[in-house]
Design a protein around this ligand. Structure first.
Ligand SMILES: [Zn+2]
Length: 174
């Protein structure tokens, strides 16, 4: 049974709300979640680079690893990755290597870059040509998609956040 676009949009809206709460708690606005066509939904993945010291623990990769652990599998066939912000090259590369069927993005990379997260260079670094991913990447705008990114910047500018992108995102990754 395949999920409907409306269901995916609802899950994405939930991820965006979770992202807002996560930002208020000092986290980054990138959230990843994996959904399967059998009804599986992973926990929300958050960036755990600073907490774990693992430079690959981007939110989307955390969600994908959680899904493979939960499902007892080494690939993501039949699963879709939802990301509140367009993933960086590392995360795209991970999703493609593990054969995720689709990637849904609430806010695309250009808009995220407009919010100060510039990781465009990571695409070339990981051999990702976004133009060639047209059949895999699906944009699914949600009403408050930009809000977590704007709120993150707002907190940062006011000196409330102690984790600016430069410390947790040395290369501006998701
Ligand atoms: Zn990433």
């Amino acid at each position: 049974m395949s999920r409907t676009e409306a269901e995916i949009a609802g899950l994405m809206a939930d991820a965006v709300e979770f992202s807002l709460h996560h930002v208020e708690a000092g986290g980054l606005p990138f959230i990843g979640v994996l959904v399967g066509d059998d009804g599986y939904v992973s926990d929300f993945g958050v960036n755990e680079v600073a907490r774990t010291g693992d430079p690959t623990a981007h939110a989307e990769i955390v969600a994908m690893r959680t899904a493979m652990h939960d499902l007892g599998r080494s690939d993501l066939e039949g699963s879709w990755l939802l990301a509140t912000g367009e993933p960086c090259g590392l995360c795209y590369s991970f999703a493609l290597d593990h054969r995720a069927d689709r990637i849904y993005v609430a806010v695309d990379g250009d808009a995220v870059t407009g919010q100060g997260f510039d990781y465009g260079g990571s695409y070339a670094a990981f051999g990702i040509d976004r133009a060639q991913l047209a059949g895999i990447i699906h944009r699914i705008p949600v009403a408050r998609g930009l809000a977590p990114f704007e709120r993150y910047l707002d907190l940062r500018h006011r000196g409330i956040s102690t984790r600016p992108p430069s410390s947790t995102h040395p290369k501006g990754t998701s």
